[in-house]
Design a protein around this ligand. Structure first.
Ligand code: PEP
Ligand code: MG
Length: 886
């Protein structure tokens, strides 16, 4: 079995096997770009190792063979005392997991080869000893679990002894001393000397990278990002090139476009005389990439040239890591770069303009989650707020919250429901929990490529990094800025788009994208490239999609907003809101009615109120279908809770008041009490049990439609019966409704459809029969999930879903994203059997899933006619319906 691939043997399509980094190194190698030679150990080898706890048979021999060929190509042997080949051992999974797994640099150095390295570097002893101490430090930490602070501490000691704060001031002797100190630390913690045998170093480093797949922070990151747990990581063994050989060397990262805004230009950070992760870790302050032109014009020009080639080749924004060794440029990594939501839209639009992709492809380059992010509000800064600091706008959004300084405190306060801003000098992978819990992240160091920035962008969380006017004091739980001190618990506001930091809570204003959707911002007039790009891509999505998008709305105001957002009708108007507020008393009268007359009076009082509500909605939705659902919740939900009522009655009795009415109410509440109300007297069952209730609603709908039509409008009501499980239920309701409709509508020309929700599993399984009596189906996937899984939708998410997610029983709550295999199968069966019985049967969905991107793709695939979701999700559903169709 082949476990090891030379870079020249791979290509970018082999990400499953070679990981993202390995596949792209192979691709660059084959493009003829200057990639240091090396090979990749496959994810399969990692999977085998993780399954059995030992390297699979044959792996060692294949590594040997590839190492030999690498040595031949380089003309050096690994760890040779006179002229050593050194290698880096780098993790690289299929999906990028920035900073989550391990890397060991300078493998091959030992007490003898360090001398050879110095000689080869033109007698640069400082460089050789610095490389050696880095190896012991990284190897100790990642391979042997030596606590990193011990090395940090020894390094600080060495600097203190020198009277400096900069690594660069340490000379060769200092670093040689540091190597001794590090070796002692290594011995103390591992009970053995630092391994001198290069091949042993290599094997142990490879094993440590395999194992880092299951490091706690990596597991957490995968869960957050929904990356499957069984993929494993590949391991790249790459000939070392050195950015720390002197001022004519360095290392940097670059983006072919601005990953925050999408703007074209040259973006990146460069750090002279530095190695490896120094840039990403934000340890020293970098210079903008443009400065490289002054420092090393030849490398700069070559880099720009390569960046242009990579963009043309990948037809997308690429990010790049590179190193310059004594004026020679080396490419260490590239990939299609992560970007903010805004940049995703802007770049997709630009690439279309440049002829690199077409509009279908542009639609695939963005998604509904990104669009949803762009609809967040922003800070409203027209009054008194002056920023106290400005950092890098690392991940957009506007966030206010209480300042905390540790991950643990962030988690604690967030659990109490507080909005918190995590403030750190810089973050590292151990801060992941706190970053997840926080509303936003503020750091005083690091650029767009720092850990904080990369991880926050991935999470869609607001982040300002590198706000260096802020002086963070974690132990004292405070930071100072502009002469002011901010303590834990004080409120700050951060703007992840502009990088500005404010003290106190800044009010927010709606996003430009929302203003565009609402029609108050003309895309041609917006000076923002984003609005233009959104407009263009949305227009294409609308043209491409087969699914219509409706909204769930039950007031005129919601209906109006939904329509502005592009809703093509209402898919669910829940009528129960019309029984709340002042009208509650009428419901009480209905429930307490002892005679037909009393009941008829109560219903007659409700009728005009309902009719007026419908008139308003039909007017707003003029010409578009409006699905009105007859009342669904158990009626006792409209009455006071039993315990409260019992106490009130007892107290009133004690005072000698007349409580006849309250007693009657209490008796009714007792009578109507249900142990499992969601499985009780609700939906169609109410209609069959409470005489006149549905009839009143049907009459109100029909009268409202007639009135709107007579006034010159066009009302298209669709009456929907909830919770049907058997066709007989629907037939009974329908017969009565049709009589009323015929009577009210007369010759007005109004047409009223009658259909049903499919939200009880039995309805889905007998859809063929039900379709005989229904002019349309709308899938109520909330209840269908509740009853399909037997999960109480009001209880389970807080109660135990965390455990289910942890165990991977499902990757996301089935109430959030449709469970394709189970609940989805019910939908599929009902759609097929319903259409078989009644060709052309109109099918929609109105559960929460209608606005979930993944679910929209599923509903497209089973052939529904429309999805219906909350007004604010309508643009997201339009976009995803377009993506599903191309
Ligand atoms: C449903 O069950 O999916 C639905 C839309 O109805 P409700 O959420 O009102 O129960
Ligand atoms: Mg329901």
């Amino acid at each position: 079995h082949k476990y090891v691939y030379d870079f020249a043997e791979g290509n970018r399509d082999l990400k499953d096997l070679l990981g993202g980094k390995g596949a792209n190194l192979a691709e660059m190698t084959n493009l003829g770009l200057p990639v240091p030679p090396g090979f990749t150990i496959t994810t399969e080898a990692c999977q085998a190792y993780l399954a059995t706890g030992r390297e699979p048979d044959g792996l060692a021999g294949q590594i040997e063979a590839h190492l030999e060929s690498l040595e031949r190509g380089m003309g050096r042997r690994l760890g040779d005392p006179h002229d050593p080949l050194l290698v880096s051992v780098r993790s690289g999974a299929k999906f990028s997991m920035p900073g989550m797994m391990e890397t060991v640099l300078n493998v091959g150095l030992n007490d003898r080869s360090v001398v050879g390295l110095a000689a080869r570097a033109g007698g640069n002893e400082r460089f050789a000893w610095d490389s050696y101490r880095r190896l012991i430090q990284m190897f100790g930490k990642t391979v042997c679990e030596v606590p990193g602070e011990e090395f940090e501490h020894a390094l600080d000691e060495a600097k203190r002894a020198r009277g400096t704060t900069s690594d660069l001031d340490l000379d060769a002797d200092d670093l040689r001393g540091l190597v001794d100190a590090y070796k002692k630390i290594f011995l103390k913690h591992t009970g053995r000397d630092f391994p001198q045998e290069p091949r042993e170093q290599l094997d142990l480093a490879i094993r440590a990278v395999f194992e880092s797949w299951n490091a706690e922070r990596a597991v957490l990151y995968r869960r957050q990002e929904r990356i499957p747990a069984d993929l494993g990581t590949a391991v790249n063994v790459v000939a070392m090139v050195f950015g720390n050989l002197g001022p004519d060397s360095g290392t940097g990262v670059a983006f072919t476009r601005d990953p925050a805004s999408g703007a074209q230009g040259i973006y990146g950070d460069y750090l002279a005389n530095a190695q490896g992760e120094d840039v990403v870790a934000g340890i020293r302050n970098t210079v903008p990439l443009q400065d490289l032109e002054r420092l090393d014009k030849r490398s700069y020009d070559e880099l720009l040239d390569i960046m242009a080639r990579l963009e043309g080749h990948y037809r997308d924004l690429c990010d790049i890591e590179f190193t310059i060794e004594r004026g020679k440029l080396w490419m260490l990594q590239t990939r299609v770069g992560k970007r903010t939501a805004a940049a995703a839209f802007v770049i997709a639009g630009q690439l279309v303009d440049e002829g690199l992709i077409d509009l279908d492809e542009a639609l695939h380059r963005v998604n509904g989650a990104q669009l949803a992010q762009l609809m967040f509000p922003r800070f409203q800064l027209d009054h008194d707020f002056e920023p106290v600091a400005r950092g890098v706008g690392a991940s957009p959004g506007a966030a206010s919250g209480k300042v905390v300084f540790t991950s643990a405190r962030a988690v604690e306060l967030a659990a109490e429901g507080e909005a918190v801003i995590l403030v750190r000098r810089e973050t590292n992978p151990d801060d992941l929990n706190g970053m997840i819990a926080a509303r936003g992240i503020l750091t005083s160091r690091g650029g767009k490529t720092s850990h904080a920035a990369v991880v926050a962008r991935g999470m869609g969380k607001t982040c300002v990094s590198g706000a260096d006017e802020i002086d963070v004091n974690v132990p004292a739980k405070r930071f100072t800025v502009a002469g002011q001190t901010v303590h834990e618990g004080d409120v700050v506001s951060i703007d992840g788009t502009t990088g500005k930091v404010y003290l106190g809570e800044v009010p927010v204003t709606p996003s430009e994208v929302v203003r565009y959707f609402e029609g108050t911002l003309d895309p041609d007039e917006a000076d923002d490239a984003l609005v233009g790009a959104v407009h263009r891509i949305m227009t294409h999505a609308d043209a491409a999609r087969r699914l219509a998008v409706r909204a769930n709305a039950d007031t005129g105001a919601d209906a109006a907003r939904a329509r502005r957002f592009g809703a093509q009708g209402i898919g669910l108007c829940r009528t129960e809101h019309m029984f709340l507020g002042d009208r509650r008393e009428l419901v009480e009268r209905l429930i307490l009615a002892r005679t037909d007359t009393e009941r008829a009076d109560a219903l007659a009082a409700l009728l005009p109120l309902q009719r007026d509500d419908f008139v308003e909605i039909f007017r707003e939705m003029d010409g578009l279908p409006v699905t009105v659902r007859l009342i669904d919740p158990p009626l006792h939900e409209f009455l006071p809770p039993l315990e409260q009522l019992a106490v009130d009655v007892a107290v009133a009795q004690e005072r000698g008041e007349d409580v006849a009415k309250e007693e009657a109410l209490l008796a009714a509440v007792r009578r109507m009490h249900e142990e499992n109300p969601m499985l009780g007297l609700r939906g169609v069952r109410l209609g069959l049990v409470i005489p006149g209730l549905f009839a009143m609603q049907v009459r109100a709908i029909a009268e409202a439609a007639v009135r709107v039509t007579r006034d010159g409008g066009s009302a298209c009501p669709e009456i929907m019966v909830p919770l049907v499980g058997a066709v007989q239920e629907l037939e009974t309701v329908r017969a009565e409704a049709e009589k009323i409709i015929a009577e009210v509508v007369g010759d007005s020309g109004v047409e009223v459809l009658i259909g049903t929700m499919i939200e009880v599993p039995r309805a889905a399984l007998t859809a063929g029969q039900i379709a005989e009596a229904a002019q349309f189906f709308s899938f109520g996937t909330n209840d269908l999930t509740q009853m399909g899984w037997g999960f109480s939708r009001d209880d389970v998410e807080g109660a135990f879903f965390w455990r289910y997610l942890e165990l991977g029983i499902f990757g996301i709550s089935p109430f959030e994203s449709i469970d394709r295999d189970g609940v989805g199968r019910l939908v599929r069966i009902a759609a097929e059997e319903g259409r078989a019985a009644r060709p052309g049967l109109k099918l929609g969905v109105c559960g929460e899933h209608g606005g979930d991107p993944e679910s929209v793709h599923f509903f497209h695939s089973v052939g529904l006619d429309y999805v219906s979701c909350s007004p604010f999700r309508v643009p997201v559903a339009r976009l995803e319906a377009g993506r599903a169709a191309v």
